[in-house]
Design a binder for this molecule. Structure first.
Ligand SMILES: [Zn+2]
Length: 293
C-alpha cells in the first residue's frame, strides 16, 4: 500500500525543475486524483507546531535506499491509476506567468500543517536538515514574513510551485510523498520550491535523452516539454541522469515495456528517489550563490 501511495508521488510537472529564470511556476508531479484546476492555495489550512531541532536531527537514514527503485517506486504500478482521467497540468497551460524569483538570503520561511504524523514530520525535517547541511539554503519557521510556504496534504499528490511566487504558497506532500526509504521525493518537491524544474526538460536535453512521446497519452505530454534558454538556465552545469529531478525511464508510459525516456549516453538509471545527486547540490549552491556549502 505504501508503495502504491508513494508512486503517486513522483512529480509531474507543473512547475518545476531546475533552474530559474522567468517562468511561472507550479510544478506538480503527480496527481492521484483529478485536480479541477491548478491548486493555488488550499483552504482550511491548520498550522501545526514548527519542526523541532530534535526532528531536524532524527535519523531516517537507516531505511533510506532500503528498497531498490524497481521494487518500490514503480511508475509502472502508479501508471494505471494516473491514467484514468488524472489530469497532469502542463507548464504551458497553467503556469503562472510571473518571473520566478529566488528566496532572499536563501531562506525559505515555512509553516507545516498539523496533519502530519510524528514520523512524517521527522522525514520532512530530516530532508530540510540535509539541505541545510549541504547547501546554504535555510528553512525557518514563519513569523511575519510575507512570502512563505505552507507544507500540507492537499489530497492531490506531490507538487510545488517553482521558486518563490509571492505571498503564501503551498507545497503538497500527501502521505504517499513521505517515506523514510525514499526521502528523495521530499527533496524533489523542495527543489521545485527553491526554483528548479525537471532535469529532463532542460534546453539541452536532446543531446542526452530521447523522448518517445508516442508512448505517452496526450494529456501527459506536457511533462516532457523542453524548455528554452529564455525560460530556464542550466547554470552551466552538466546534464545529470542521476538528478533527483529526473523522471524515470517509464514515467507515464502507456506501454510499460517501452521506455519513454532513453539515455543517449551509457545506460544510467533514471529517476532515483533517494536524494540529492552531487550535481543537484552544485546546482542549488550555484543558483543561490552559496559561498561554501
Ligand atoms: Zn517534480
Amino acid at each position: 500500500m505504501a508503495h502504491k501511495l508513494l508512486i503517486m508521488v513522483i512529480c509531474a510537472v507543473i512547475i518545476g525543475g531546475g533552474f530559474v529564470s522567468g517562468m511561472p511556476s507550479l510544478a506538480s508531479d503527480y496527481y492521484p486524483i483529478r485536480p479541477p484546476r491548478p491548486p493555488l492555495l488550499q483552504e482550511n489550512f491548520e498550522a501545526g507546531d514548527p519542526l523541532t531541532e530534535e526532528e531536524f536531527h532524527s535519523d531516517i537514514s537507516s531505511k533510506t535506499g532500503e528498497m531498490e527503485l524497481d521494487d518500490s517506486i514503480l511508475w509502472d504500478n502508479q501508471h494505471p491509476e494516473l491514467h484514468e482521467g488524472d489530469v497532469m497540468l502542463s507548464s504551458g497551460k497553467n503556469a503562472i506567468l510571473s518571473t520566478v524569483r529566488l528566496w532572499p538570503n536563501a531562506t525559505i520561511p515555512y509553516v507545516i500543517s498539523s496533519g502530519y504524523t510524528s514520523t512524517q514530520r521527522k522525514v520532512i525535517a530530516s530532508v530540510m536538515n540535509i539541505y541545510q547541511n549541504k547547501t546554504c539554503l535555510r528553512f525557518v519557521p514563519r513569523t511575519t514574513q510575507a512570502n512563505y510556504i505552507r507544507i500540507q496534504k492537499s489530497g492531490r499528490g506531490c507538487w510545488s510551485y517553482v521558486g518563490r511566487i509571492g505571498g503564501a504558497q503551498d507545497v503538497s506532500l500527501d502521505d504517499g510523498c513521505i517515506a523514510s526509504w525514499a526521502p528523495g521525493v521530499v527533496v524533489h518537491e523542495l527543489m521545485h520550491t527553491a526554483g528548479f524544474w525537471h532535469e529532463h526538460m532542460r534546453p539541452d536535453r536532446d543531446k542526452y535523452v530521447s523522448i518517445n512521446l508516442n508512448n505517452v497519452r496526450q494529456e501527459y505530454r506536457g511533462n516532457f516539454n523542453k524548455m528554452s534558454t529564455t525560460q530556464v538556465t542550466t547554470l552551466g552545469l552538466a546534464y545529470d541522469y542521476g538528478s533527483v529531478m529526473h523522471y524515470p525511464a517509464r514515467a507515464f508510459a502507456v506501454d510499460r515495456r517501452i521506455p519513454v525516456i532513453k539515455a543517449l549516453i551509457g545506460s544510467p538509471v533514471l529517476g532515483q528517489q533517494k536524494g540529492f545527486s552531487t550535481l543537484d547540490l552544485q546546482k542549488l549552491k550555484k543558483l543561490y550563490s552559496c559561498k561554501s556549502r
